[in-house]
Every structure is written in C-alpha cells, then in structure tokens.
Design a protein. Sequence first.
Lengths: 327, 473
Amino acid sequence: MRSRLSIFSSRLIRSGLLATLIAVVAAEWQFGRVLPGHYFRHEVDEILYQLDHRRYDDRILSLGNSVGRQMDIAIKRLDRKMLRPMSSNAAIEMTGQYFLLRRYLERNPAPEALILWVDDPFQGNLRLVYTQNYIQRCFLRWREIGQIAWWKGSPTFTAEMIAYRWLPSFRFRSDIQKDVPFLGVSEIGLAPQVAFGNQSGAVSSRSAFSRWWQRRVLGDRSISSVAFERLVELCQTRGIELYLIPAPIAESVAESRGPMQGRAEINERLAALQRRFSVLHFMPESRVYPDDEFRDGTHFKDSYLSARARDYHTLLKEWMADDSDGI
Amino acid sequence: MLFNSFQFLLFFAVVFGLYLVLPHRRQNQMLLVASYVFYGAWDWRFLGLLAASTVADYYFARWIEDLRTPRHRKQLVAASMAVNLLFLGFFKYFNFFVDSFADVAGWFGFSPHLPSLKIILPVGISFYTFQSMSYVIDVYRKRLTASRRLADFALYVAFFPQLVAGPIERATNLLTQITSERRVSSFGLAHGGFLILWGYFQKVFVADNLALLTDHVFAAGAHPPGNMVLLGAYAFFIQIYCDFAGYSNIARGVALCMGFRLMLNFNLPLLAASPSDFWGRWHLSFSTWLRDYLFTPLGGFRKGPWLAYRNLFITMFLCGLWHGAAWHFVAWGLYAGLTLGVHRTLQAFRPLAKLGDWLVSRSVTLVLCVLFRFLVIDFLSPVLFRSTSLKQAGHLVSLVFQGWGAVDFDAWLRVFFYITPLFVMEIIQYRARDHYIVLKWPVLARVAVYLALFYAIVVFGMQNAQSFIYFQF
C-alpha cells in the first residue's frame, strides 16, 4: 500500500491542475486591475471606485439610502459646495454605510459633518436578497470581510465574499455576460433571487449556527445596530457631527404606518445613544408630502425634486447652525 | 446542501481535510457523520427515516443470511421489500394513488371522500431505498455476505456524494470499498478533479442556462410557437442530461478524490444511435438495477417474444413511476418501452442496416442514426417528462403541428452557445472511447481545457445554486 503522501507526487504536478491554478491566479490578477474600473453595476461600485482613486476635502459628507441619493444630487445642484454626495442605497444597511465612512476617512480629511439618510439605523442583519450584490460583491477588503464574518457568523457568506475578492471575473460575471449580445442580458438584476420568485419576506434564511453565533457575539442586537454604534463612535472620535435624517414619505404611506409606529422605539434608542455620543443629532419624524409628489411612494418625481431639495437644504443649514441636539 | 453551493464546497473542504488525517476506521465513522449532516442540511426530520430504513435492512440481511430454510428466507426478503416499499409508497405515492382511485371512482359515478395528506417527499428516498433493497436481495441470492458492522452498512446507504441522486450503488462495489482501506492518490485527485470540473460545467453552464429557456416554454399556460416547442424539447433533453450527469460526475469525482470508485452513470447517451443503445448509456445505475432485479427475474427476453415485450413494458412502466407519481411520467416510461420494443422488432431486419452501410459509409449511417434518434424518436420523451400533465404534453405537441411561428434567433443561438462545447467534448470522448481522454493530452492542451471549463463555470454559469432535477425523484 502506497503512502497517502502520494498526493504530493510529481504526477499531480504534471497533471496540469497546478499550471491551471497558476494561470487562473495570473488571469485574475490582471482582471482585478482592469474590471473594477470598467464595470460599474450600481452606485456602490462607483462610489467605492472613486474613494479608491480620488481625494476629497469636503466640509459635509452625505451617506444613506436612495432617497438620500436623490436629495443629495438635487441639493448639490442648488449649492455646489454644500456637500459631497455619497448616498447610495438602503440595501447596504448600516454595515455598508459604516464601511463607506471608514474608507472615506482612510484617504481624506475628516469632514465637519456627516448627513446620514436612513429610516431605521438599527434594522438589518445582512439578510436582504440585495445583500449579495451590494455588500458581498462590494466590500472586499480583508478587514471588511473579517468584520462581516465575525458579525454574521456564516462561513458560506464569508466564502462567497472571498470568492468575489479572489475572482474578479466572478464578481463582474453579469457585466461580462452583458457584453455578449445574443445572451440577452440587457439588464443586470440587482438581486438575482427576485427573478426566480424567491421573495418570501425578501430575506434569506439563517443557519442554526449563524443564529447561535450572532446571539453569542451580538447579543440581541442586529448587525446594523452594532455597525451604527461603530459609525457614531468613529464620528465622535474624529469630531464629525452626525445628522440622521429619515427619508421623506408620502401621505398615504404615513397614514398606513399609523402614528409613531416603531418610530418611538427608534427615537428612544437614538436618544440613549445621543447621551453617550454628543455628535449625534437626529430628526425624530419623517417629513410628509402629498402622494402626487412621489413616483413610487418613496422617491420624488423629478418635477418636485428641486422644491423638496430646497426644503432640505434650508433645514440642514438651520440645523447645522443650531446647537441643539435635534429638530 | 447542493453540490453547486459554497456551503458544499466548505463542507467538502472540511470533510476532505479530516479524511486525509484519519485512519481507515475513523474515516468511515467521520464519513457517516458527515453524510448525516449532509442529509440533515435539507431536512433533519428525515434523518430518522434514513436511519430506520438502514437499521431495518441491516438486520433483515443478517437474518436472511442466518436462516437455512428457503421458504423463511423468501418470507424475510419479501418482508424487507414490503418495509422499503411501504416507506417509499407512503412518502412518494400515497396521494397519487388516492387521487387516481378517486378519478377512477368518479368515472363510475362514485365520489368517495378520500384522505389527501400534505406529505413532504424526503429528498433522495428513491435512490437510497433502491440501493438498500439491492443489498438485501443480493444477500438473499447469496451473491454477498451480510455486513456485520452496522456503521459500515449505514455509510453504504448514506454515503454523501451519491446519497440524494445516485449513482445507485451496489453493495458488491461500494460496501467492499468501505470495508477495505482506500488511499488518496494523485491519480484519484487528477481524475476526480476533472470529473468535478466537468460535472460543474454540465450543471451550471449547460443545464442551468438551458433551464431559463425550457422553464419559459414549459410554463403553465404557455403558448409558444412550434419552433420554440421543438427547441424547448431538445433543450430540455440536454438540460436534464447535463443536470443529472453533472450531479453524477461531481459525486464520482468527490468520491474518487477520497479513493472511492463509484460506477459510471452516464456513458455519453446523447450520442446513442438507437433506443436500446440509449438505455445502455443512460442512468446506468438505475437501468442495470431494473434489469437485474426486475426485468431478468420476470423472465427478460428468455421466454419468447410476447413475454419479452410484456416484461419490457412492465419494467418501463415502473421506470416511469419511479421518476414521479404522475401519469405523464408513466406515459414517458411506456413511450420508452414502446421505442425499445419497436427497435427490437426492427432489429430483425438486419439487411436494411447493411444496405444503409453499403449505400453510405458506416460513420455517416451512425451520425444519421444518432440524429434520427435524438431529433425524431426522442422529441416526445422530454415533452412527456417535463410537462406537468398529459394535457399539457398534448397541448405542446399539438402546437408543433399548428405552425412553425416566428423564430427567435437569439434563443436558438443561445442554446447552441451552451451546447456546442458539450457536444465537442462528448464527441471527442466518444471517438476515443475514453471519458478521461483530456487527461492524456499534452499538458498545455489540458490546461487550456481546464481554463475554458473553469471560466465557463465562473463567468457564464448560473449565479444562484439551482436544485438538481433528480432530487425530486
């Protein structure tokens, strides 16, 4: 009987598997240099690329969800020097917002203020169907992968992130497919599962191990809660005033939600956090606007955007000039 | 836990790492635990069923071996079959038989109130039940001595690479490998690695991409033009082959990496020249099971032509029923039986084939036969198999005869894009009569093939793990 060490024989080396591995490593290294600057699937790809390749020196930085992104761009049109718009999407949850701030501070001086457009900073466990596309594909520094691995406690989730890091061709596969005309990939789904009808609660299931791990590491807090606390802590350390703004909503949405549904609890938690971190300021309620100003109940129609941007521009100016904790 | 998921890759990395450092006996124990974890990842509630089936057959086989009286041995083997078929019948066929009985009663004007249970089909039950049954029958036939270690037998039934979708192994092959020492070798890793890569290519590049088209054609209430029905039928034929053969190849590759040799399950069936040739290449572990434990005991071809046809139809009827508790599966099995029967009858006219060979070269005849089988004979098979009812199958076939319709050239191009590399590789393998021919090529050519397969999987393979079709059987 031959020894098990025969797997290390020269036969295996000659089999071509090793040469294939070397060729893949070389090809992926090259892809890693070319593809990230070539394909931008969504705003998070773009923001991350810019953060890696440009330098900023802005007084105010804005992060947050897609409504925030809409407002940022409109406010920027009104007042070019007011802020640096880096709001992206609610799908990146607070984990993504925290990593974005960290990346910003790596290469740029700390801004005086950070505007954060977010409805509930405590909600999110990286289980949305969009998480794969907005978190796993995007935040691929070892530190970020390690941090998420620790919070999430899912080896599979982590392995997918490592695959995206090591294989840029895998990370940009849909974009490459889009370049082959007859494959018919005209639009890249932001959450492929949705296309296959997997929308049950729009969240993925968690393994028993992952649930146990999160209880052990995070207690009863969500991953977003922990990331948000880290973000506030970072702001406090770097002297950045943090302004938390819930997205404006349509009247019908406000009515259907009912008075203060869930909001009171969020505000209590924010107030508790505010007692620990003086840089935190928050707006306790969403502003409510008529239904016909919204194109989908959440995002403003273009025709109303500049008027509403003006509202928020004024609000922010007043708020930042004011010394009180909230408005 | 799907083979085409990161979860499985991690699982196998851990299992393989442990396998490398453990001695033989511990390897088996670890593999047994891993196999139960693998199965429990789908639904832990069915672990009990797997264990019960294992324990029952383990003791049945031992009792059968210990008994001397043929009558008692026969009674025990019948009891074992009854237990196995009871499990299978309840979980897989209960509602089918109840509904069918109600339908028949309805034709005679009765409307019985029969129970209909919400039964979840345990994944892979048909596979491990048949594997376990073959063991008891082989012990009864004295072709095998009963295992004296429950853990070894439990591993034979639950061995994770082939637990949920085969190959349906025989104890003479797998159990003997479990009981003897194996070695992890460079041969096993190189060949296993190729099988795994090829299996993933078949599954995520070919099968899952073709599924996007076939799901559309076979969707409930769909009314595709005739040309799309044809394309959908042929595409589904290739899809189900690649889905199932892909799983088998990954299973064989994973096992081979650990030193286990599982049986060949698909021997290039797309290139079969006739229905008999096809069934000699398709799902071999199951077709040989049917041959050895059903067709031959019924009398096979030995008892005259009419009984031979009867045996063929009974076998193929049960083959259809094994695939699913629905009449369209039964019709699919009977259609396969019909094509086999007709082919057997036509084989009597040998001069016809010889005339063909004389008129055109033998290789041209072969190509024509393959094309005729694939395009004409096997058009109906995928339609019957993939449809959700006989009514839908009939509707789709009627659409072909209602007109060609507008041609979606991109759809045809897409199908050719996904199947061309498959056919190229299989034709090379077929001509060389060697599934591992690539491993004998010069190293640069081998690397080129590996790279092409790897990037086909990574860049063009379906992103989200799709379940294997045969899990439902």
